[in-house]
Structures are given as structure tokens and as C-alpha cells.
Design a protein around this ligand. Structure first.
Ligand code: GLN
Ligand code: ZN
Length: 769
């Protein structure tokens, strides 16, 4: 095919769409079903209606081929486990008794049966349920969901393409089932899994699928030769099937690297590649393998996981280059639109002049359609769209919101010394010991105390105008009084104010920083029926006034023990927001760091001697490819130091991280140069303490001795045993005693009992020293 006819054939498509509906109907229906208020038929009807609405919306917008099977009651990886019959033994009876209830049992657990483990989907904030596999796993095909949803779309008269998690990615995301040896490699099951995929593909073809998409995002991560070999075999075998639809193998979130030649050579009919900035290397790599002669290429030129308008002119140039490299070039978002909110036009509180910089799923769909049209019919067919797009981009580039001279001057003047404490750790530690006078094995908590129903009611009352700010603040103060007096009674050494005033650890600061926007309806699925509304980091960041000082000093006024100030760090502020894409992340992080630095310094001036800067996202934002990690860690750790380095030597800087795996970032943790770090450790039996020790970590650390993820109350003996384990790795002079994470999701009864036991454990172990 010539590039001219390839252009003429260009079509618009997407890989997936937000599931919940404009009014979050799906969430309401599912939660209603769980509570027994909605029956299964009503839930199914709601779901089917939402799918139809999405498809119609896509088709009306001009999408030529809609995705099917991307819908899910909870998670598409769990749906894949159902599709291949990988039901954990402990859930089999309930799945057989009732497929829907069994499905939710796998997702959420029941009184007696644990759910599947949940973890992050690559480097997004979406969480999937981890398949559990073992040498005895028997796969069986169950294509019912995929076939039914395909039929629904075909019945509407639409061209539709089922989207499945590919077999290689499915196995690479799996873990050994409970009771199976930890070194079991799920990839060894590939030969057993492929026939099941073959069956599903044949059934989809029989149901009318011309194309089927197999998503293989795991191939954008560093892969061993054995893993690449598995991909080769998988697509050689699936490609060799005679009774199958055309196959499109999709990758996203990063460049394919060594997997690109593997897929380019595979006997499949099409590839979908990410061509956004993060994966720009795909373009040269594709040219280097000689393109995809005879194949269909879907070009993910519209960023599917951020919310900014596309640069249509730039995308058209990329698409133009790609025309010479494949038989047919279609246009898509880089990944499923699941990761962005539904519709920017519903945002009433964002000024129109800013709103036009934003593209949520509906706006991205329109961009994809425009690009496909421009490619097929020439740019003359989209002159109006191009002009509007150029105007939107220019207004964004020249806006005082994205260019605040004061912020830029300040960032430009930052020196290395600004990101360095005035004394090395050893000297600081001595000054802090003298200043704080804490006992050995000091006890503390991670910051938040239970967010009670009363607190949520108070916030809702304030929003609805039922109480005024003064009334709201009285309620918060009363809560702080209670939290402080409880901690004093319990005998904790370093207290916190409890974070009662915070709706969310990122949103609370975003609302107070200039340069951030909040959305009213910008919901994105985090897991199951949990949706979050990430703030939008849109412009240059500054802090008009102190954000936390009032609450911290109020808490300090109630006690003579030190109250720890509590802030969210710059990396986490970026990671849990939609972040601007018009400058390097490191530059944005530096701006946030300077704003937070002012807060840190103000807390110190107001008399706060211990300040914690939380960075739970440091580990999770680690780039997918090892080669990209040093660059990320360099700016991330610098931003943390810039936030914290302005204090006196005797002011103690803490940081906190959750999630148990730290092995690969111990050096980065060291590079933060914090005085104390608290980490999650209770469930991994102090593994992180050993990892820190193995690295020679020289600072103080509090590996958690109370797992706050469960309502279970640890006994004092249990906490003491963990502490003694911690002491094997970290000397008493440097070991802290604290829970794994904040207590905001816990209730008061278990919080009281657990902290009593935690303090008792510290006393018992101190007596042994
Ligand atoms: N300070 C926060 C809290 O206690 C930390 C939360 C987190 O690590 N995710 O809630
Ligand atoms: Zn935490």
C-alpha cells in the first residue's frame, strides 16, 4: 500500500473508556448490590445501559471501531482470570454457587475468605487484582463476557473490536498462589494458557469479531531474553491459528524497546504503539526495524493518561512519518481512556479560558477523530480544529498561570547549597538528641487519626453552608484536643495533631497552593468502586500563605511533648495529581519543593522541632525502565532535600513511605538526608529493617510494628517481638516505634487498643536494653 492510500484509510479508535458513567451510576449500582438494595438484574441492566451509552457516544463522535470487553464490574485483570478459569481454590465454591457474588468475593474477600491481592497497574493509579497461579493451575476458557459484550455492540450496528489482556502480560502480572513455592514462575504456564486464548479467539470470531486486540503493556518494561522468547512463542502460536480473527497486539505506557522487533516480526495483523513523549523512542525503533509492511499500525498519539489538550499539529507530523512505515495507520490514545475523567465540559468552576487547555475522555475522543480525519482527508479538512487547537496551546503557553515570573526567578536562583542541610547527619543527630530529650525507642504515629463520620459530616456541613468557617474550625479544634489528650494519656513520645482538617493528603495542599486546579467531576477509577479526583497541577506553584502552621501550633499549645508537623512531599504532590506536561517533571517538582520549604521553615519558626514530610509515592513513581530511574531519582530526592534543608540542625526531619518493597531504592532513601524515616514493615516481619541495615543506612528508622491495613489489634507481645527483630538490624539509638501508616481509615476502638499495646511494647523492650 502506498502512503497515500494508507492515509486515506486512516480511522479513529480507542482501547477503552471510563466505566462509571457521567453520574457515577456504576459505582452506585454496584455498591447498592453489595448492600442488597439493588438486585443482580438491575445491576446488569445499569451496566448494559452504560456500555451502550459509551459506544453511542464514541460512534457519534466519529470513532470508527469501538472497543468491547473493556467494561468491568471491578477490574479487567480479574475478568481475565475468570476468562481463563484461573479461580483460586478458596473461591471456587462461591463462584460456582453464584458467578457474580463469587466474582465480588474474589475482589473484596468475605468474612472467611481473603480476596486476591491488589496492586498498581504499571505506573498508573489504577489497581488490579493479582492472578494467583501455580504448577497445578488448569486453565479453562470462559468467553461469555467477551462474546456477550461484543454482540451488544454489533447489535447497535457498530464496528467493534474486543480488547483482552494478552497472555504474556497476564502471566507476567501473576504471582504464585498461596502455598506455591515463591520462585514458581507463572510464565512456565504459557503453553497451557495459549490453547485457552485460542478458544476465546475462535469464539469471538464466530460471534462476529473481525479484529481482536491483545494488550501487552508488560512488554514496555525491561524483559529478560526468556520473557521476550515467551512473547515470540505466544504470538507465533496464536498467529498460526487458522480459526481466528485478525490480531492487534497493543502496548502502552512506555517504549517497547527489545520487544518491538519481536512483535514486528510476529505473524499478527496489527500493532498498537504509544507515540507520546514518554515513548517517543518507538518512532525511531519502528523505522529501524523497517516499519510494519503489510500490517495495520494504531498510533497512540493522544496521551491517554493525562488531561491536557493534544498538540494536533505535532501529532499530525508524527502520523505523517508513520504513514511511510505501515500499510494502514489508525489513530488512538496512547492507552485506554480509563485513566482520565469523562468530560471536561461539565466542570463549572474552571474558567473557560483554562478549560480549553483540558481534554478528558470525551475531548480526547474528539481529538483522535480530528486527527484521523486530517490524516485521511488532508489538513484542509480540519482547519477550524487546528486553529482552535493552536489558540488553546498559545493561551496556555502565555498565561500568567503557567508563567509566574516570581516563581521562575526563585527557581532560577536555587543553588546546590539550598538542597543541603547545614550540618552532616551525625552532628545534627547529636543536636537533636540534646534538643528533644527523647527516650530510647521513641514512640510516635504517622500523622492521621481516625477520620470519623462526625468529621466528614462537619466538612459536608461546611460545604453546604450549614455551618460557617468558624463553626467548622471549632469542630476541628475539639478533635485536635481529643487526639492530643489521648496521645498524652497513652504515653506516646512524639505527638501529632491528627490531620482532622484534611480531606486527602494531596488535595488538602493542592487547594491552598496557587497553580493547582480542583475539578468537580474529574473522577478516575482507583480500584473497584473507589474513584479519586486528582487535582490538576496546571501552572507555576506558589504558596500564598501558611497551610498547616495554625493547626500544628494549636496542637503544640495543648502539650509539652513535641508535636510533629505534617506535610506531603513534592514527589507525592506530583504523583497523585494530573501534572503539567509543558516542562520537565523535575522543574515542576522544584517549584512545589520551594513552596513546601516555606511551610517547613514557617513551622520551625513557630516552634515546631519535628517535621515530617511524607513521600509514600517515591517508590511507586519509579519509571518502568531501569535506564530511566537514575534521572528520576536525582530530581525526586533533590526536591525532597530542597523542601527540608532550610531548617536548623536541631530540627528533626522525618519522612514516611508505605508499601513494603524498598530494596531497590534504599540508596534513594539515604539520599533524602532525612533524620528519621518510618516505613511499612509489620506484614513483612521487619524485612525493611534488614534491607536498610544491609545498605549501611546510617540514620534513624521506624519500621512499622502495627499493620494499620486491618482492624486487627496487635498484642503488646507481638509488637515487642517485632521490635526485638528490628533491634537485630538497627541499634536502639536509632530505632523508632510506630505503626505502618496513618490511622485515618481505622476506628477509634482498635486505634486506642493498638497504640496502648505499641507503647507497652516499647516500655517492655526498653527495659531489656
Ligand atoms: N501522614 C499521612 C497519614 O498519616 C501519611 C499517609 C500515607 O502515607 N499515605 O495519613
Ligand atoms: Zn503510609
Amino acid at each position: 500500500m502506498t502512503s497515500k492510500s494508507a492515509a486515506a484509510a486512516a480511522r479513529a479508535t480507542v482501547y477503552g473508556y471510563p466505566r462509571q458513567g457521567g453520574g457515577r451510576e456504576l459505582k452506585k449500582a454496584i455498591e447498592g448490590y453489595w448492600k442488597g438494595r439493588v438486585d443482580a438484574d438491575a445491576l446488569r441492566a445499569t451496566a448494559a445501559e452504560l456500555r451502550r451509552t459509551n459506544w453511542r457516544q464514541l460512534a457519534e463522535a466519529g470513532v470508527h471501531e469501538v472497543p468491547t470487553g473493556d467494561f468491568s464490574y471491578y477490574d479487567h485483570v480479574l475478568d481475565t482470570s475468570v476468562m481463563v478459569g484461573a479461580i483460586p481454590g478458596r473461591h471456587r465454591a462461591s463462584v460456582e454457587a453464584d458467578a457474580l457474588d463469587g466474582y465480588f468475593a474474589m475482589a473484596r474477600g468475605t468474612q472467611d475468605v481473603a480476596p486476591l491481592e491488589m496492586t498498581k497497574w504499571f505506573d498508573t493509579n489504577y489497581h488490579y487484582l493479582v492472578p494467583e497461579l501455580g504448577p497445578d493451575t488448569v486453565f479453562t476458557a470462559d468467553s461469555a463476557k467477551q462474546v456477550a459484550e461484543l454482540r451488544e455492540a454489533l447489535d447497535l450496528g457498530l464496528a467493534a473490536r474486543p480488547v483482552l489482556v494478552g497472555p504474556v502480560t497476564y502471566l507476567l502480572l501473576a504471582k504464585p498462589a498461596p502455598g506455591v513455592a515463591a520462585d514458581f514462575d507463572p510464565l512456565t504456564l504459557l503453553d497451557r494458557l495459549l490453547p485457552v486464548y485460542a478458544e476465546v479467539l475462535s469464539e469471538l470470531r464466530a460471534a462476529g469479531a473481525e479484529w481482536v486486540q491483545l494488550d501487552e503493556p508488560a512488554l514496555v518494561q525491561d524483559r529478560t531474553p526468556a520473557e521476550l522468547n515467551a512473547a515470540t512463542r505466544a504470538y507465533r502460536d496464536l498467529g498460526a491459528l487458522t480459526d481466528r480473527p485478525k490480531l492487534l497486539v497493543a502496548s502502552y505506557f512506555d517504549r517497547l524497546g527489545d520487544a518491538l522487533p519481536v512483535l514486528a516480526k510476529a505473524p499478527v495483523e496489527g500493532l498498537a504503539l504509544d507515540f507520546t513523549e514518554a515513548a517517543a523512542a518507538n518512532l525511531d525503533a519502528l523505522a529501524a526495524v523497517g516499519g510494519l509492511p503489510g500490517k495495520r499500525l494504531i498510533a497512540g498519539v493522544v496521551n491517554g493518561r493525562n488531561i491536557w489538550v493534544n498538540d494536533l499539529t505535532k501529532s499530525l507530523a508524527t502520523l505523517g512519518t508513520l504513514l511511510g512505515l505501515a500499510d494502514r495507520v489508525d489513530v488512538a490514545a496512547s492507552c485506554s481512556l480509563l485513566h482520565v475523567p469523562l468530560d471536561a465540559t461539565t466542570e463549572r468552576d474552571i474558567e473557560p479560558q483554562i478549560l480549553r487547555w483540558l481534554a478528558f475522555a470525551r475531548q480526547k475522543t474528539a481529538e483522535i477523530v480530528t486527527l484521523a480525519k486530517g490524516l485521511a482527508q488532508g489538513t484542509g479538512s480540519i482547519t477550524g480544529e487546528l486553529a482552535a487547537n493552536r489558540a488553546a496551546l498559545a493561551s496556555r503557553a502565555n498565561s500568567p498561570i503557567t508563567r509566574d515570573p516570581a516563581v521562575r526567578t526563585r527557581v532560577g536562583a536555587v543553588t546546590d547549597a539550598d538542597a543541603r542541610r547545614s550540618q552532616p547527619y551525625g552532628e545534627r543527630a547529636a543536636a537533636q538528641r540534646a534538643h528533644l530529650g527523647l527516650p530510647l525507642l521513641p514512640t510516635t504515629t504517622i500523622g492521621s487519626f481516625p477520620q470519623t463520620a462526625e468529621l466528614r459530616v462537619a466538612r459536608a456541613d461546611l460545604r453546604a453552608g450549614r455551618i460557617d468557617t468558624a463553626g467548622y474550625e471549632e469542630r476541628i479544634k475539639a478533635e485536635i484536643q481529643e487526639v492530643i489528650s489521648f496521645q498524652e494519656k497513652t504515653g506516646l513520645d512524639v505527638l501529632v495533631h491528627g490531620e482532622a482538617e484534611r480531606n486527602d493528603m494531596v488535595q488538602y495542599f493542592a487547594e491552598q497552593l496557587t497553580g493547582y486546579l480542583a475539578t468537580q467531576h474529574g473522577w478516575v477509577q482507583s480500584y473497584g468502586t473507589r474513584y479519586v479526583r486528582p487535582p490538576i497541577l496546571a501552572g507555576d506553584i506558589s504558596r500564598p500563605e501558611p497551610m498547616t502552621v495554625r493547626w500544628t501550633t494549636y496542637a503544640q499549645s495543648l502539650t509539652r511533648r513535641p508535636v510533629k508537623g505534617m506535610l506531603t512531599g513534592p514527589v507525592t504532590m506530583l504523583a497523585w495529581s494530573f501534572v503539567r506536561d509543558d516542562q520537565p517533571l523535575g522543574d515542576t517538582a522544584r517549584q512545589v519543593a520551594l513552596a513546601l520549604r516555606d511551610e517547613v521553615n514557617d513551622l520551625e519558626t513557630a516552634g515546631t522541632s519535628v517535621i515530617q514530610v511524607d513521600e509514600p509515592a517515591l517508590r511507586e513513581t519509579l519509571p518502568l525502565r531501569a535506564a530511566d530511574r537514575p534521572g528520576y531519582l536525582a530530581w525526586a530526592t533533590e526536591a525532597f532535600r530542597l523542601t527540608t534543608a532550610g531548617v536548623r540542625p536541631d530540627t528533626q526531619i522525618h519522612t514516611h513511605m508505605c508499601y513494603a518493597e524498598f530494596g531497590d531504592i534504599v540508596q534513594a532513601i539515604d539520599d533524602l538526608d532525612a533524620d528519621v524515616i518510618s516505613l511499612e514493615a509489620a506484614r513483612s516481619h521487619m524485612q525493611v529493617a534488614r534491607e536498610l541495615a544491609a545498605h549501611g543506612y546510617p540514620r534513624e528508622a521506624g519500621p512499622g510494628v502495627y499493620d494499620i491495613h486491618s482492624p486487627r489489634v496487635p498484642s503488646a507481645d507481638e509488637a515487642a517481638a517485632l521490635l526485638r527483630k528490628g533491634l537485630e538490624a538497627i541499634p536502639a539509638e536509632r530505632l523508632w516505634v510506630n505503626p505502618d501508616c496513618g490511622l485515618k481509615t481505622r476506628g477509634w476502638p482498635e486505634t486506642r487498643a493498638s497504640l496502648d499495646n505499641l507503647v507497652a511494647a516499647a516500655h517492655a523492650v526498653r527495659a531489656e536494653l
